[in-house]
Design a protein around this ligand. Structure first.
Ligand SMILES: C[S@@+](CC[C@H](N)C(=O)[O-])C[C@H]1O[C@@H](n2cnc3c(N)ncnc32)[C@H](O)[C@@H]1O
Length: 270
């Protein structure tokens, strides 16, 4: 019996797995943890609720291990690590929390690559028991990446279009609708076919013009109280300018690979 007890304690434990992640990841995670208070204020929800979602994800063993399995499959065929951006990082934990709190029916994202952000959003929808994620991605298959309209190179790429979303665990895909092609004009076309949306997340081409265009497309489609989220808001002035133009305060959080931002659409007359 004692032996059995020891065997049980020795079985993989989610917190054990976390503590065996690189120190840089743990530092980021600590940063995200410290954002709990700011998130609670942005969302007007108790700290304990935000912290609870955070804890749920961290102890959802199945999520991290299934992502790791997908990564191992990619690595086995020479892929995965070829994408320097978009790996799992703590700023995506905040993405998960935002989707848990918001309990959205409809989430729209642009920019998928291997699908880390999509996986976090889909896990949150799964845990909420409701909602669909609509994603748009124009796959970059050139290993050098793509130069955007501002002349800045984004090196994130996949080996083939079919690798888009490759890390998303199979059992989360039932809530996922992917369209391949440029966000402009596909995003406008998608919005035509959807009712009001609850969450929008930009992570496609980070040129000033495209970011502003996507934010402007999404804002009127967001229901009051809905969230406009954006990755890499430090690339240009589009996010702070947009936030000022709609008169809504922005929240920012920081990951290893960039800054993310959130703007909550005011409830009541704007
Ligand atoms: C930074 S990656 C997305 C990372 C992903 N959100 C994550 O967190 O794992 C950007 C993606 O947007 C795609 N992309 C670039 N320009 C685009 C455009 N104009 N429309 C749609 N997708 C685009 C790229 O090919 C790439 O797959």
């Amino acid at each position: 019996m004692i032996g059995l007890g020891i065997a049980r304690r020795a079985a993989p434990d989610p917190l054990y797995q976390l503590t065996h992640r690189p120190a840089s990841y743990l530092r980021e995670l600590w940063g995200a943890n410290r954002s709990v208070g700011s998130l609670a204020r942005l969302l007007g929800r108790p700290r304990s609720e935000i912290a609870g979602y955070f804890r749920t994800l961290l102890t959802t063993d199945a999520f991290y291990s299934r992502i790791a399995e997908s990564e191992a499959r990619l690595r086995a065929t020479g892929g995965g690590g070829t994408s320097p951006g978009g790996r799992a990082d703590s700023s995506s934990e905040i993405l998960y929390i935002l989707v848990r709190v918001q309990r959205p029916e409809t989430v729209v994202e642009t920019g998928v690559a291997l699908g880390y952000s999509s996986a976090y959003i889909l896990q949150a929808l799964h845990d909420n028991g409701t909602g669909t994620l609509y994603s748009i991605d124009l796959p970059t298959t050139d290993p050098e990446g793509r130069v955007n309209a501002d002349g800045v190179r984004d090196r994130v790429h996949v080996r083939s279009a079919s690798e888009t979303g490759a890390v998303i665990p199979e059992d989360l895909r039932g809530r996922w609708r992917l369209t391949l092609g440029p966000s402009n004009p596909l995003l406008a076309q998608l919005f035509e076919s959807l009712g009001p949306i609850d969450v929008f997340f930009h992570d496609s081409e980070h040129s000033y013009e495209n970011m502003l265009w996507e934010y402007r497309q999404a804002w009127p489609r967001l229901r009051p109280g809905g969230l406009l989220l954006s990755d890499d808001v430090q690339w240009n002035r589009s996010f702070p300018e947009f936030s000022a133009s709609v008169g809504a305060p922005a929240f920012r959080w920081f990951g290893a690979q960039g800054h993310r931002g959130a703007i909550r659409k005011p409830v009541g007359p704007a």
